[in-house]
Ligand binder design. Structure first.
Ligand code: PEP
Ligand code: MN
Length: 337
């Protein structure tokens, strides 16, 4: 339920409404805009049935939420959410590029990738230490050792870092070594994990599940937001369809749909979508053209010998070329890069 207050609602009236909602067992989220205050009643809306909230002093409009997601919805917050990650703003006019290797393999390789993507203009560094591999026999990531290298690379380059958290048991160690906590596609509906990152004060990069609808994707974001953490970056990374020509099917239409449905920033990961380095550039351009706020791209100094996702990783020199091209697309659609 969203309660829009009158422009002249007094503090006393606002508090009275909040108390009333709380007394019904619902949580309250207050959004104070320039012109109006909006109160969100969070929880099982059925307890509000028969409650004439519209007659409370100070209330202008009461809108039942038809959509199952509330806090992340555009209805709840009209303005785009801009997330500040160590000075890098995601969701504003500027397109942000997150780049780096799929996995952290050695300190040297990570530093090579980090320095080159920084030079090319990427603002955030990615690298996985806990890898969600399909096979239990595949390289699973360096774990804590990898996180330390990532944190060293952050110190060396000054770039904020993004890494995946797969299990709530690794929360402390991941939290200490990252600026953004990534929740991978395979964990998009791991509700315990979402609840835990929702209690944290660091931004969460939530990737769309392999077979998740946009509604399910937004419900997962809502899980995070419901715990109090509203710093959520959504990432479209391709979905599973009948098409087998590429690794996944990049759902570009998800970008405008999400931009309409939610105020959260939306980025695109073309690397995991196509699974081939030579298709990363065209899809990156398309993603920016269609309204994405940024991209996550895998870059590896030596893709041929990469322990994970070498086929879709760009060499640093190719990444430099792509960044130049992306700048032009960004400008053409009224963005900066
Ligand atoms: C990743 O970004 O490292 C990754 C594993 O991606 P996804 O969860 O989208 O498969
Ligand atoms: Mn990968």
């Amino acid at each position: 339920m969203i309660i829009v207050l009158r422009p002249d609602a007094t503090e006393e009236q606002v508090n009275h409404i909040i108390e009333k909602i709380k007394s019904l067992g619902l949580a309250v989220h207050v959004s104070k805009g320039k012109e109006r205050t909006i109160i969100g009643a969070i929880g099982d809306e059925s307890v509000l049935e028969g409650q004439p909230l519209e007659i409370l002093p100070g209330v202008e409009k009461v809108m039942p939420i038809l959509k199952p997601y509330k806090l992340v919805s555009r209805e709840f917050q009209k303005e785009d959410t801009i997330i500040d990650v160590g000075g890098v703003k995601i969701g504003g006019k500027e397109i942000q590029i997150i780049a780096g290797p799929c996995s952290i393999e050695t300190k040297g390789l990570l530093f090579d990738a980090a320095n080159s993507v920084k030079k090319a203009g990427a603002r955030l560094l990615r690298g996985g230490a806990f890898k969600p591999r399909t096979s239990p026999y595949a390289f699973q990531g360096l774990g804590e050792e990898g996180l330390k290298y990532l944190w060293d690379a952050r110190k060396e380059t000054g770039m904020p870092v993004v890494t995946e958290l797969m299990d709530p048991r690794d929360m402390d160690i991941v939290y200490q070594h990252t600026d953004v906590i990534q929740i991978g596609a395979r964990n998009m509906q791991n509700f315990r994990l979402l609840t835990e990152v929702g209690k944290m004060d660091k931004p969460v990069l939530l990737k769309r599940g392999l077979s998740a609808t946009i509604k399910e994707f937004l419900m997962s974001a809502e899980y995070v937001a419901a715990q109090g953490n509203h710093k959520i970056i959504l990432c479209e990374r391709g979905i599973r369809t009948f098409e087998t020509a590429v690794r996944n099917t990049l759902d570009l239409s998800a970008v405008p749909v999400l931009k309409e449905e939610t105020h959260l920033p939306v980025i695109v990961d073309p690397s995991h979508a196509v699974g081939r380095w030579d298709f990363v550039a065209p899809l990156s351009k398309a993603a920016i053209a269609v309204g994405a706020d940024g991209l996550m791209i895998e870059v590896h100094a030596d893709p041929e010998n990469a322990l994970c996702d070498g086929a879709q990783s760009l060499r640093p020199d190719k990444f430099v070329v792509l960044m130049k091209e992306l700048k032009k697309i960004a400008e053409a659609v009224g963005r900066t890069m």
